[in-house]
Unconditional design. Structure first.
Length: 258
């Protein structure tokens, strides 16, 4: 089995934190005015450039619902310390049912830890708003991340819903897409606190032997609207996988499929 000790120093605690850094910030679901103007293509290009170190973020975004310029820059720098070659990409996303435009934000990066190389892939779907001159608000619709080690990318599936109802029981399943073929694997799952999310802390995870080719857990959503963030760790002889996923918790069934 791969050694776990180096992992604690490089694992991102959750996709919220990784993409919160990438997009700029605060990861709570913030209600934005339905008719707020989306950013222009030029503003999105400028945001991508600023995230990648060309230009200042303060010249592209300003404080507003879901955005704190200072926090954005702090989180961006924190991610770059963990993954020095991290690169951000922004592209148009599918519109929501209420007509709001979205963007897809992706960050990729890697890090060497002794003889081991870790590779990060994380995504967010966002609703961004603009004051005309600067981007001034965001709502996070979906987000998740994967961090892998090893010579090959072990294929896995995250079977975790994007949104659930308050108090609902739901499944958090992470599967190896290929048969284990006798390999011994271990895994663990933990719900992250808001403090861990905001501080970009790596969680402590207790591992247990896996059966059936993955991790299968039934969990319960909080009884108040908000979000839950899950961090999953899978250990396989061919490598280690950390998966993180944010689950929106809503009180109205209409919000389950935005």
């Amino acid at each position: 089995m791969p050694r776990l000790q180096p992992l604690r120093r490089v694992l991102p605690g959750c996709c919220d934190r990784i993409l919160g850094v990438a997009a700029g910030g605060v990861l709570a679901a913030v209600g934005l005015p339905a008719l707020a103007a989306p950013p222009t293509a030029a503003q999105l290009q400028a945001l991508e450039a600023a995230l990648n170190g060309t230009g200042a973020l303060a010249s592209v975004i300003e404080n507003g619902p879901g955005l704190d310029v200072t926090l954005v820059e702090l989180r961006r720098r924190s991610l770059l310390r963990q993954f020095p070659d991290a690169r951000w990409q922004i592209a148009p996303g599918a519109p929501l049912r209420d007509g709001r435009s979205t963007v897809q934000l992706q960050v990729r990066g890697s890090r060497e830890e002794g003889p081991t190389r870790y590779r990060l892939e994380a995504q967010q779907q966002l609703v961004l708003t603009s004051s005309g001159g600067l981007i001034n608000g965001q709502t996070v619709v979906r987000e998740q991340s994967l961090l892998r080690s090893g010579e090959t990318d072990l294929p896995v599936s995250l079977l975790i819903p994007d949104a659930v109802l308050t108090g609902q029981r739901y499944d958090v399943d992470v599967l190896f897409d290929e048969p284990l073929e006798g390999a011994v694997a271990a895994g663990g799952l933990v719900a992250l606190t808001g403090q861990q999310v905001n501080a970009l802390e790596s969680p402590e995870l207790q591992l247990g032997a896996l059966g059936g080719g993955g991790l299968f857990k039934s969990v319960q959503a909080p009884f108040t609207p908000g979000s839950q963030t899950w961090a999953v760790l899978l250990v396989h002889p061919k490598g280690i996988i950390s998966a993180t996923k944010r689950v929106l918790v809503v009180a109205d069934k209409a919000q389950l499929n935005p």
